[in-house]
Design a protein around this ligand. Structure first.
Ligand code: DIG
Ligand code: MN
Ligand code: MN
Length: 389
């Protein structure tokens, strides 16, 4: 591949151990790839040019590992990170694999499960902090219901809020400095998941004791599953100062969670996503929460990982081209030009301003008859993306 789109550390491309480590198991088929150790996966990520690696607690330390086994795993992983130079920007807890979480973790009806989930999360926070992680993600994989006969959603919100308030205090008491990032998903594996979209998470965050410590980790596939525009969700998170992390991948609209290679399906949405992140100067991880097709061997897994980063860099260049394109920028300047006659009506309220605006006569027919040239503007964008401009 041309070296024009080679990943570099400053691009901050990261992958979870569970992504390149996916063995291809799905609800209808057994694994097709041998599993690799965390150490082997770190070296694989280093080979393809990643900047960092993230993990759920049990991606690294099996849930039944003895303390001695845990210490050895941690030593080996630290050695692999030292040899490769990879960092661990984000950590999270697996609160969905073990049968104990069959009815959720923090929102389970069983207090023992809720307490165990809190214990497991604190231990996982300790592990993440040991590797220098600064972002801690919460994805509520089983926080939801099949039947609303079984739970009151107000209980789920209360339990989750209490747990997050507790973890914020724990992070403060341990001086971990974590930024907590809540990840939404509308459904799967539960029939309905609580807090199903990034917007719902942003509303929930305002009810927390330490709301300043809590943001979101929007995932491309998850907003698309809900039939939403991912870039708009990210823009709202950014506007609120809450874009603490991001999960990039791809997805067919309103399907099961496909977690495809970034840019594999929705290239235009991917373009506007990259353009947004680069235009606003987002300086967090570009985390690819995705996995290779089940058809692939580990050479194919490396192709998958390289493809995520390559497509991001190609689209980053296209975004620069869009921003420098004279015709596109002239059209945008005209479309968004100030109207000096209207300017006095905007901004802070005053009774005089309100009275003047109420008295203004608008020529609705003249205003609505104006052609906006959006077809031309979008075609120029398509030309640019297809490489003919
Ligand atoms: C799934 O989209 C979730 C889990 O993989 C993990 O908890 C989180 C971290 O990116 N994404
Ligand atoms: Mn997903
Ligand atoms: Mn995710």
């Amino acid at each position: 591949m041309s070296d024009l789109y080679q990943p570099k550390p400053e691009h901050k491309f990261t992958f979870g151990l569970w992504t390149v480590g996916s063995t291809g198991r799905d609800p209808f088929g057994e694994p097709i790839r041998q599993s690799k150790s965390p150490v082997e996966l770190v070296h694989l990520l280093a080979e393809v040019g990643a900047y960092g690696v993230n993990f759920h607690d049990n991606d690294l330390v099996p849930i039944d590992a003895t303390p001695g086994e845990r210490d050895q795993i941690v030593r080996d992983f630290k050695q692999a990170l030292k040899e490769t130079g990879l960092t661990v920007p984000m950590a999270t807890t697996n609160l969905f694999y073990d049968p104990i979480f069959k009815d959720g973790a923090f929102t389970s009806n069983d207090p023992k499960v809720r307490a165990f989930a809190m214990q497991k999360t604190m231990r996982a926070m300790d592990l993440g902090a040991e590797f220098g992680a600064k972002v801690y993600v919460f994805w509520g994989g089983r926080e939801g219901v099949e039947s609303d006969a079984t739970k009151n959603p107000l209980d789920g919100l209360k339990y989750f809020r209490e747990a997050l308030d507790f973890f914020c205090e724990y992070s403060i008491s341990q001086n971990y400095g974590f930024k907590f990032a809540l990840e939404a998903k509308p459904n799967e594996p539960r029939g309905d998941l609580y807090l199903p979209t990034t917007g719902a998470m942003l509303g929930f965050i305002t009810t927390l004791q330490h709301a300043d410590m809590v943001g979101v980790n929007p995932e491309f596939a998850h907003e698309q599953m809900a039939g939403l525009n991912f870039m708009h969700a990210v823009a709202q998170a950014w506007d609120a100062g809450k874009l603490f992390h991001i999960d990039l991948n791809d997805q067919n609209y309103v399907r099961f969670d496909q977690d495809w290679r970034f840019g594999m399906q929705s290239i235009k949405q991917a373009f506007f996503m990259v353009k947004f992140l680069e235009d606003v100067g987002y300086d967090g991880s570009r985390h690819f929460d995705a996995h290779a097709f089940r058809t692939e061997d580990y050479e194919g897994v490396k192709d998958f990982a390289r493809g995520c980063m390559r497509t991001y860099l190609i689209l980053k260049e296209k975004a620069q081209q869009f921003n420098q394109d004279k015709e596109i920028q002239a059209m945008l300047a005209e479309l968004t030009a100030e109207d000096k006659e209207m300017t006095p009506y905007f901004g802070k309220f005053s009774p005089e301003k309100a009275a003047a605006l109420k008295a203004h006569n608008f020529d609705r027919k003249a205003i609505s008859s104006r052609g906006l040239k959006y077809e031309r503007l979008d075609q120029l964008t398509v030309d640019l993306l297809l490489g003919v401009r």
